[in-house]
Design a protein. Structure first.
Ligand SMILES: Cc1cc2nc3c(=O)[nH]c(=O)nc-3n(C[C@H](O)[C@H](O)[C@H](O)COP(=O)(O)OP(=O)(O)OC[C@H]3O[C@@H](n4cnc5c(N)ncnc54)[C@H](O)[C@@H]3O)c2cc1C
Length: 286
């Protein structure tokens, strides 16, 4: 990678999995190992058309014990970096800064963790959960709310959450905000911030033992933190990682259109409890 800034190292894309046209997971093997704490991000660099390097942060989804960096990335229409990244294939190299960064981490002063995220915002939470599982840790409880417009935007990670929930003290709730476009969806419906309170109340946790986290869409993050504050969570134990600046718009509640559009096919069933076990690729042209 000619001209790669000196603080960056080449990283080989050892695997790529596309979940939809605009969502993919990239597994990277940097030329030298990059240490990180669960919740931190790495910065990717790719050359732009004008010869300057475009750099953007991405939360690491894998846990520190894994030998590759797993990144779950959404391709942003008109974005500077992601359309270039989505042109890269297995065997190609990207630049990655040699040092991970970020203060988003599990709050170890608390034992109960309420984690809310949209789409790629699941990354830091899965890193924390994989890490806790690998260390065989006990004594912590997690409620993870994972939202997207459509089930296929949850990638394979709602299934992973469901698997973790079967063996650890994790409750995973996947929710879709456009269920009228998801035939067969029997999981939770609505935006993360709209269903959070119901699931929180069902746990009955003492807010003095709990920390809250929001990651992903900035409007969702603010709404979630507001719900948690009103539920008695201390501001010192609310943590946020917004992925892009808030455009200043309020996100209107999603409502089904008067005449439902063509339904998406092939969306899998969910078990009772609202955790998705499996997602299906978006049908072509959808
Ligand atoms: C700490 C941190 C961790 C991050 N982790 C991830 C991650 O794990 N996966 C991931 O996909 N992204 C993540 N992001 C976002 C990522 O850094 C880029 O902002 C994003 O990929 C867009 O880059 P771009 O160069 O293609 O678009 P840009 O040229 O930077 O942005 C173009 C426009 O799109 C807006 N925008 C950026 N992202 C989105 C989006 N997702 N939806 C709607 N509008 C958007 C921008 O505000 C801007 O107006 C993270 C951001 C931060 C700050």
């Amino acid at each position: 990678m000619d001209g790669l800034p000196s603080s960056y190292v080449p990283a080989r894309i050892v695997r790529r999995q596309d979940h939809t046209e605009s969502l993919a997971t990239f597994w990277l093997r940097p030329e030298r190992r990059i240490g990180f704490r669960p919740g931190q991000y790495v910065t990717l660099a790719l050359p732009g058309e004008d010869g300057r390097w475009i750099k953007r942060p991405y939360s690491v989804l894998s846990a520190p014990h894994e030998d590759v960096l797993e990144l779950f990335v959404e391709c942003v229409d008109g974005g500077a970096l992601t359309p270039c990244l989505f042109e890269q294939h297995e065997g190609d190299d990207v630049g990655v800064r040699g040092r991970a960064a970020g203060a988003f981490a599990r709050d170890n002063e608390r034992t109960h963790h309420v984690m809310a995220c949209t789409v790629t915002g699941i990354a830091p939470f899965l890193s924390m959960l994989r890490d806790a599982r690998q260390r065989g840790e006990t004594g912590h409880r997690y409620l993870v709310l994972y939202g997207a417009s459509h089930p296929d935007d949850l990638g394979p990670y709602a299934s992973e959450l469901a698997a973790l929930a079967r063996e650890a003290d994790v409750t995973g709730v996947a929710t879709v905000s456009r269920p009228w476009e998801a035939e067969g969806w029997t999981g939770e419906t609505g935006r993360v911030e709209d269903v959070l309170r119901k699931h929180l109340d069902a746990r009955g946790w003492d807010p003095r033992e709990a920390a809250g986290y929001g990651c992903g869409n900035p409007a969702m993050v603010q709404n979630v933190l507001g719900v948690l504050r009103r539920a008695g969570f201390s501001a010192d134990h609310l943590h946020e990682e917004a992925y892009f600046p808030d455009a200043g718009e309020t996100t209107p509640a999603e409502a089904p259109p008067a005449a439902p559009p063509a339904r998406r096919q092939g969306v899998p069933m969910t078990p009772p409890g609202g955790v998705v076990l499996k997602t299906a690729p978006r049908p072509p042209g959808a």
